[in-house]
Design a protein around this ligand. Structure first.
Ligand code: ADP
Ligand code: MG
Length: 697
C-alpha cells in the first residue's frame, strides 16, 4: 500500500518518508520508539518533572495577552481538572490554531509556579483529535505514546512528535491486519518456547503501542534477543567456516628449548596468566586451523612478551612473523625491546615505518622479501602494496582498535593464511567482546606482574592545584617524571589546543621554570612528536604536557605522575588507559584527576577510579554508565548496530543467543538444512554481505 494513503501522510510527507528509506508500509515494522510519552489525567499533574507527558481535553479558555511579547494562554479541561498552557511566539497567529471546545492532545513537561491557579504544561506539541472518529478514539486508548527519532526530512514537512506517533498508530493498525511482515517470526519456535519469549508480531506491536510498562520491557527484550541471535549467527558462521575451510599453518616445533632460552632472555618471571595465554596460543598454532585470537589484558599486564614468544615459535618453524602498531612511537618502542631479546636468540628483526626513504627503505623491503628479516615490526607501512614477505606465518596487531577491518584483512593477505593475534589496549567487558568479537577466540591476561606497586589515584579540584603542582615538583626533585594531560578530545578544536598551549607556557615559564617541560599534541608532525617522546624517554624532558596522543602503549618506567585536567570529560576506560602510562617502574606512582565539576554523577564515576586499579571492573562500569557507543577500544563497525539491545542489561540474552546460534551453526554452518531456511532468509536480510560466506560450495 502506498504510504500517501495513510491517514496523516499524503503526497508531500510520503516523499519525505521515502527519503529516509521508508518506501512502503512494511518498512514501518522496523520502527522502534526511542522513548514514550505517558498520557495522564490533569489531576495527576502533580509536580515538576523532566519527562514529557500528554493530556487530552477540550479548550475552555483562550487568553490573548495585552502585551505582544507575552504568551498566549490556553486552558485545557478534562473530567479531572484544568491545565494551563502558555504558548510563546506570535499570540495573535497562534490563537487561530485553537477554537473553544475543540479537543486536543497536548504534550510537554509539567511545571508549577505560584503565578498561576492551574498546573501548567511547558508546551512541546499539540494535535487536534476527534472523539467521534473511531481511529482517534482507539489511538487515545493507549497510555503511552511512542516517540521516534525525527530526521530533518520529516521535520521539514511539519511532522512532530504527536503527529508521527499517530501516523505510526494508523500504520500498525493496517500492518497487523493486512500485511505478512509481522508474521515473519525471526526466532525458531523451539527457542521461543524454551526461553519463554513472546512472538515477533506481539513484540513489535507492543513496543510501539504498549499498554503497560511491562509490555515495553518484555517486547524490548524479545526484539533484543533477535538482534543478538542474528549477530551471533554471523559470528558463529565466521568462526566455524574459518576453522573448517581455511587450512592454516601447522607450527609443529614448539620446543621446550626455545621456551627455556626465552625465559632466560627476558629477565623476569612470566606471570601465571601469561603462561596460560601462551599455552592457548601455541596450542592453536600447532593445529591446522587458522588462528584468529584476541588477546586482552589490562594496561601493563605484559601482552608484548606473549606476542613475542608466539612470534618466536613461528620463526623457529621457518616462518616470518610481523607485528603492526598504530603509531611510529609504539613501533620503535617495540622494535627496541624486541630486538634486545632477539639478539640473544640470534633472530633478526627489522623496523618498517613511514619515516624511511630512498636507499634505507629499499634495503628494508629487500630484507623482508628475501626472508633475511625474521621478525618485522612496523606501522601501517607493513600493509602497503609494495611490501612482499617471503613467508609470513604469524601476524600480530597491537592496539587493534586503531585499525579497521580492511587493514586487518590486508595484513592477513600478506601471508598464506597466517595465524593472527589481535591485541586490545584496554580490557573489554565480556558482553562487549562476545558481541563485537564473537568471531574470535579470546585469551585473557588477568594478572599483573608482581613487581608493581598499585597506582594511587586522587580526585582534586582546581582550588587545590597549587598543592598538586608542589607535589609534582617534589617528584621531579626525586628524579621522577610527570605527564600532564589536557582534554583535547577533538584535536582539530582550535580553542582547546590554544588553552593547552597557554597552560604549557605558564608551566614552562612560571611554575616549572627550572625544569625542562615538553609539549605533545596531535597537530605536530610525526618527527616533532618523536623527538619530544625520545627526549622524555631519555629523561631530558621532566614534564610532558600533552593531549591524549600519549594514551597508547608508551612505556616510560621513570614517569610516576599522571595529572589529568578536566577529568570529567573522559570516559572511565580512557582515564584508566591514560593512568596506565605510569606505574610501570619500581617506584610508587600517582594519578591525579582534576575537576571542578560538582555533579554527583561525575564524582561517583571518577571515584570508581580512585578505588580500583582493575581494568575489567572499570570497563564493566563504563559500559553500564556510558553504553557501548562511547566505549573506548570497541570497533565502531557499521555491521553491528543495535536498536533494542542494551549490552549491559541484556548480558543474559547475549549468552543465550550465543549458545543457541552456535548449536545451529555447528550442525549446519552454511544454513542449508530445510529447518534453517527461515533463519537463512532473515540472516541474509540483515547481513547481505555475508552471502559469499555461506554460499561457498
Ligand atoms: P601492555 O600489556 O600494556 O602492552 P607491556 O607488554 O608493554 O604491557 O608490558 C609492560 C611492561 O611490563 C614492560 O616493560 C614489560 O617488559 C614488563 N613486563 C611484562 N611482563 C612482565 C612480568 N611477568 N614481570 C615483570 N615485568 C613484566
Ligand atoms: Mg601494549
Amino acid at each position: 500500500m502506498d504510504l500517501k494513503y495513510i491517514k496523516g501522510i499524503g503526497e508531500k510527507r510520503a516523499e519525505a518518508f521515502k527519503k529516509i528509506g521508508v518506501n512502503n508500509l512494511d518498512d514501518f515494522a522496523e520502527f522502534i520508539p526511542r522513548d514514550y510519552i505517558k498520557k495522564i489525567k490533569i489531576f495527576e499533574l502533580k509536580s515538576n518533572n523532566d519527562k514529557l507527558i500528554a493530556i487530552c481535553g477540550k479548550v475552555t479558555n483562550i487568553k490573548i495577552p495585552r502585551k505582544s511579547n507575552h504568551p498566549l494562554i490556553i486552558h485545557i479541561e478534562d473530567e479531572t481538572g484544568i491545565a494551563e498552557i502558555p504558548l510563546f511566539g506570535g499570540a495573535e497567529f497562534r490563537s487561530k490554531q485553537f477554537r473553544m471546545n475543540q479537543e486536543f492532545l497536548f504534550c510537554g513537561k509539567p511545571e508549577f509556579t505560584f503565578l498561576s491557579d492551574y498546573p501548567r504544561i511547558n508546551y512541546r506539541d499539540h494535535l487536534p483529535v476527534n472523539l467521534s472518529d473511531t481511529n482517534d478514539r482507539e489511538f487515545l486508548k493507549y497510555p503511552f505514546l511512542p516517540v521516534y527519532e525525527l530526521p530533518g526530512e520529516l521535520k521539514k514537512t511539519w511532522i512532530k512528535v504527536l503527529s508521527l506517533s499517530k501516523i505510526l498508530f494508523s500504520a500498525f493498525k493496517i500492518l497487523s491486519k493486512e500485511s505478512n511482515v509481522l508474521n515473519n517470526e525471526g526466532i525458531p519456535p523451539d527457542i521461543l518456547t524454551n526461553l519463554k519469549l513472546i512472538n515477533k508480531k506481539t513484540a513489535v506491536l507492543r513496543i510501539n503501542f504498549p499498554l503497560t510498562e511491562t509490555d515495553i520491557e518484555e517486547s524490548r527484550r524479545r526484539l533484543a534477543f533477535e538482534e543478538l541471535f542474528y549477530l551471533q549467527i554471523l559470528m558463529s558462521i565466521r568462526k566455524v567456516i574459518n576453522k573448517k575451510e581455511n587450512k592454516g599453518i601447522i607450527f609443529e616445533k614448539d620446543s621446550c628449548e626455545l621456551y627455556e632460552t626465552f625465559k632466560n632472555a627476558i629477565g623476569f618471571e612470566l606471570t601465571n596468566s601469561q603462561v596460560k595465554v601462551i599455552n592457548e596460543i601455541t596450542e592453536d598454532m600447532r593445529s591446522n586451523s587458522v588462528m584468529n585470537r584476541l588477546l586482552q589484558g589490562d594496561v601493563g599486564s605484559g601482552k608484548t612478551v606473549v606476542a613475542l614468544y608466539s612470534m618466536l615459535v613461528a620463526v623457529k618453524n621457518g616462518y616470518q612473523a610481523a607485528i603492526m602498531c598504530p603509531t611510529e612511537i609504539l613501533a620503535e618502542q617495540h622494535y627496541f625491546s624486541i630486538t634486545k631479546i632477539c639478539e640473544k636468540l640470534n633472530i633478526t628483526t627489522e623496523l618498517l615505518t613511514g619515516s624511511y626513504k630512498g636507499k634505507d627503505k629499499k634495503i628494508k623491503y629487500e630484507k623482508i622479501e628475501s626472508g633475511e628479516a625474521q621478525i618485522i615490526i612496523g606501522t601501517h607501512s607493513l600493509i602497503q602494496e609494495k611490501i612482499k614477505f617471503k613467508k609470513l606465518g604469524f601476524a600480530v596487531i597491537d592496539e587493534q582498535h586503531k585499525f579497521g577491518v580492511i587493514q586487518r584483512a590486508k595484513f592477513k593477505e600478506k601471508g598464506l593464511n597466517p595465524d593472527m593475534l589481535i591485541m586490545t589496549a584496554t580490557p573489554i567487558p565480556r558482553t562487549l567482546s562476545l558481541a563485537y568479537y564473537g568471531d574470535l577466540d579470546i585469551s585473557t591476561i588477568d594478572e599483573m606482574p608482581k613487581n608493581r606497586l598499585p597506582i594511587k589515584t586522587f580526585l582534586r579540584t582546581n582550588e587545590e592545584k597549587s598543592k598538586v603542582m608542589e607535589f609534582i615538583r617534589n617528584e621531579i626533585n626525586k628524579g621522577r617524571q610527570a605527564f600532564i594531560v589536557y582534554p583535547i578530545i577533538d584535536e582539530s578544536d582550535k580553542l582547546d589546543l590554544k588553552s593547552a598551549i597557554k597552560e604549557y607556557d605558564y608551566l614552562r615559564n612560571i611554575i616549572f621554570k627550572n625544569d625542562e617541560v615538553g609539549l605533545l599534541h596531535g597537530k605536530m608532525t610525526q618527527e616533532e612528536k618523536e623527538s619530544i617522546m625520545e627526549r622524555f624517554k631519555q629523561n631530558d624532558i621532566k614534564i610532558l604536557v600533552s593531549t591524549t596522543v600519549v594514551e597508547v602503549g608508551i612505556d616510560i618506567p621513570n614517569a610516576t605522575v599522571m595529572l589529568v585536567e578536566e577529568a570529567q570529560r573522559y570516559g572511565l576506560s580512557q582515564l584508566h588507559q591514560l593512568r596506565g602510562r605510569i606505574g610501570r617502574g619500581a617506584e610508587q606512582s600517582y594519578c591525579i584527576l582534576l575537576t571542578d565539576n560538582k555533579s554527583e554523577e561525575t564524582l561517583e564515576r571518577l571515584k570508581i577510579l580512585c578505588e580500583s586499579n582493575d581494568g575489567f571492573k572499570i570497563s564493566e562500569k563504563d559500559l553500564e554508565l556510558r553504553g557501548p557507543g562511547e566505549f573506548y577500544g570497541v570497533k565502531q563497525s557499521g555491521e553491528i548496530y543495535f536498536s533494542c539491545t542494551d549490552l549491559y542489561k541484556d548480558k543474559d540474552l547475549l549468552e543465550l543467543a550465543k549458545i543457541h546460534s552456535e548449536k545451529i551453526i555447528n550442525e549446519d554452518c552454511h544454513l542449508r538444512m530445510e529447518k534453517n531456511q527461515q533463519i537463512k532468509e532473515n540472516f541474509l536480510k540483515k547481513y547481505q554481505d555475508s552471502i559469499n560466506l555461506i554460499n561457498v560450495a
